[in-house]
Ligand binder design. Structure first.
Ligand SMILES: C[S@@+](CC[C@H](N)C(=O)[O-])C[C@H]1O[C@@H](n2cnc3c(N)ncnc32)[C@H](O)[C@@H]1O
Length: 207
């Protein structure tokens, strides 16, 4: 990633990992490196609730989750393994990029049929706006990684950010639809920090 790229996430490390989580990061994570057969991407998967749901519901798809917060990565690894640290059969199609997704995208020609972004950090203070991930330039980068008829699915409970993203999508010349979607509640969604009635969703695609 170029040096001047602005950081869009908060901490990379939170509370100390348990011995099991540490072991999974050291031994399992290197075996889950993204591969070329991946067709679905979830950006900023948090603790991985939605990523696991995707993996279970689409067993023949290979799904990459990108997340720089290592405690989130550790939570996912704990949830997809049994007591002997083996991956549960329903999660064998998960790959993990434990870092900024822009590094993955700028260094690969992967094409995705679905790119999910649920509750991107809203950075609500005006002076932090530049830290928002979904800038027009980022949406343009995502659009280059869409397969034919591929879709970017975005959800946020921060309605001001939602409208802001819509403007950036127009600037990036993407097709915008705003369907009613119901998905499982993620950890961040449950916190509902924005205090709004419900998350809003939009789907972006190439014209
Ligand atoms: C508000 S949290 C939402 C997490 C999860 N999607 C949920 O709904 O519970 C946003 C997540 O996006 C991640 N994130 C921010 N910038 C990112 C980037 N450039 N690449 C990948 N993930 C990023 C953060 O680390 C954080 O875990």
């Amino acid at each position: 990633m170029e040096k001047q790229e602005i950081r869009t996430f908060g901490r990379r490390h939170g509370k100390k990992l348990s011995p099991r989580q540490q072991r999974l990061i050291e031994n399992l994570l290197p075996r889950l490196a993204p591969q070329h057969d991946a067709t679905i991407l979830e950006i900023g998967f948090g603790a991985g609730e939605h990523l696991r749901m995707l993996a279970k519901s689409m067993p023949s798809a290979v799904i990459i989750g990108a997340e720089p917060f290592m405690n989130g990565v550790a939570s996912l690894l704990s949830a997809i393994t049994d007591d002997a640290d083996n991956i549960l059969p329903e999660y064998k199609n998960i790959r993990v990029h434990p870092d900024d997704v822009r590094i993955l995208l700028k260094n690969s020609d992967l094409k995705f049929s679905q790119i999910w972004i649920l509750h991107p950090d809203p950075w609500p203070k005006a002076r932090h706006e530049k830290r928002r991930l979904l800038q027009a330039s980022f949406l343009e980068l995502l659009s280059q990684h869409l397969a034919k008829d591929g879709k970017i699915i975005i959800g946020t409970d921060h309605w001001e950010y939602y409208e802001w993203i819509r403007e950036k999508a127009q600037k990036a010349d993407l097709l915008i639809s705003t369907p009613d979607i119901e998905i499982i509640e993620t950890r961040y969604q449950a916190k509902n920090k924005a205090g709004t009635a419900a998350p809003k969703y939009m789907i972006l695609s190439n014209k």
